[in-house]
Write a protein that binds this ligand. Structure first.
Ligand SMILES: [Zn+2]
Length: 296
């Protein structure tokens, strides 16, 4: 018996060694899901930013450097969403690490025509980086992930491609469903805290007419809030969509003063109950907006 156990242990050990997985660390939970979808059982994926955190600001922990130290790929959103990333990459001292920028083939919105002074606190110096909330943009992200997984393991290219196709098929089916739910809402105006939903609303034909923040990354001021309330009243805005990680005090007061509803929207997988995967995440946002419009 003892001998059999020993043989089994050796065999299992050999199997594990033969199937070394590609180690991937992603910044966001959403990117971890996309990487698992393409990489299947050939990848081991971890992510740094919890869904409930504001991805612009995270506290850097030594454990993040350790995670990157042994990784093959670090998959990021880019456009300086992860302004904290260079410090972690340097600290990881991993010369073989491939940093993947998923924004490479995405059509970017709100790209400033003049240089944005980041020292003033504007956190979108290269345009709006929240492109993963448009489900159509997920296709460019999946492709970028695939191209880089193939760099690490060319022999698995066909396997990755067929995984990507399967995920894309599911995405297309859900997209048709979301479009159907959102089509009666074309032209609906809303206000959000941060410019998190620019790509999302553009895809579904809604518009965000104002923000609780005066500029991306700049906290609300009383004068800006007063102007926003006036704007909401004059343009008939009935919804304030608040990202999961912001306090609701100021947005709540603004909503009451303007006669609007405050709803919670979610920007990342796992950020709220019932957003355990990307499909549920978009489902949550679509349904929250649809029911707010119906209820108003
Ligand atoms: Zn942002």
């Amino acid at each position: 018996m003892k001998k059999l156990m020993l043989t089994l242990t050796i065999l299992l050990g050999l199997a594990a060694a033969g199937e070394a997985k590609i180690k991937v660390v992603t910044s966001l939970s959403d990117l971890a899901e996309f990487t698992k979808a393409v990489g299947g059982d050939k990848v081991e994926v971890d992510f740094l930013v919890r869904g409930s955190q504001n991805p612009h600001y995270i506290e850097i922990k030594p454990s993040y450097m350790l995670k990157l130290k042994s990784a093959n790929l670090f998959v990021t959103i880019g456009m300086q969403l992860e302004i904290w990333a260079p410090q972690i990459i340097d600290g990881s001292r991993n010369p073989n690490l491939i940093v993947v920028d998923c924004s490479k083939n995405v059509k970017k919105l709100e790209v400033p025509s003049v240089k944005v002074d980041a020292s003033m606190g504007d956190v979108h110096p290269f345009g709006n980086p929240h492109y993963w909330l448009d489900p159509e943009n997920v296709k460019a992200i999946l492709q970028e992930i695939l191209d880089n997984l193939v760099k690490v393991s060319p022999a698995d290219a066909e396997y990755f491609k067929s995984n990507l196709k399967a995920y894309m098929k599911k995405l297309d089916a859900k997209m048709a469903e979301w479009m159907l739910l959102m089509s009666p809402l074309k032209g609906t105006k809303l206000v959000t805290y941060h410019t998190s939903f620019s790509y999302f609303v553009e895809r579904f034909g809604l518009s965000v007419v104002g923000y609780v923040e005066p500029k991306p990354g700049i906290p609300p001021t009383p004068s800006h809030s007063t102007e926003l309330i006036q704007l909401m009243r004059s343009s008939g805005v009935k919804i304030v969509g608040l990202e999961q990680y912001y306090e609701d005090n100021t947005p709540g007061q603004i909503a009451i003063a303007a006669g609007a509803r405050l709803i919670r929207l979610c920007t990342s997988v796992g950020g709220m109950d019932g957003t355990g995967d990307y499909f549920q995440l978009i489902d949550h946002n679509v349904r929250a907006i649809v029911s707010a419009v119906k209820g108003s």
